[in-house]
Design a protein around this ligand. Structure first.
Ligand SMILES: [Zn+2]
Length: 95
């Protein structure tokens, strides 16, 4: 999410995309696989695509929880969560 928000990996624009799923993510999938390859696996119905995307999604949720905890401790959770949700909804509105 950090890079672009929610990504529909089936999108034609990822057909030749050599970048990671999320450039700001440190997960196994983002460090080792390109968007083009993930798209290929997904379109081909390969089970590996579900495994790799799940690894990323779980890491995303763990990082989100870590960030939320940091902002709760800093007393900035309300403003952080509002900004995060604004970015999330803006990214979902993109075609
Ligand atoms: Zn990732």
């Amino acid at each position: 999410m950090a890079g672009e928000g929610q990504v529909n990996i089936k999108g034609q624009r990822f057909r030749l995309d050599a970048g990671p799923l999320d450039p700001e993510c440190d997960c196994y999938t983002c460090r080792g696989y390109t968007r083009a390859y993930l798209r290929h696996l997904f379109i081909a119905g390969e089970a590996l695509s579900m495994r790799l995307l799940s690894i990323h999604n779980l890491r995303f949720l763990v990082r989100l929880g870590e960030q939320a905890r940091e902002h709760v401790q800093a007393g900035t959770f309300h403003s952080w969560s509002r900004a995060w949700l604004d970015r999330y909804h803006a990214a979902r509105a993109r075609p």
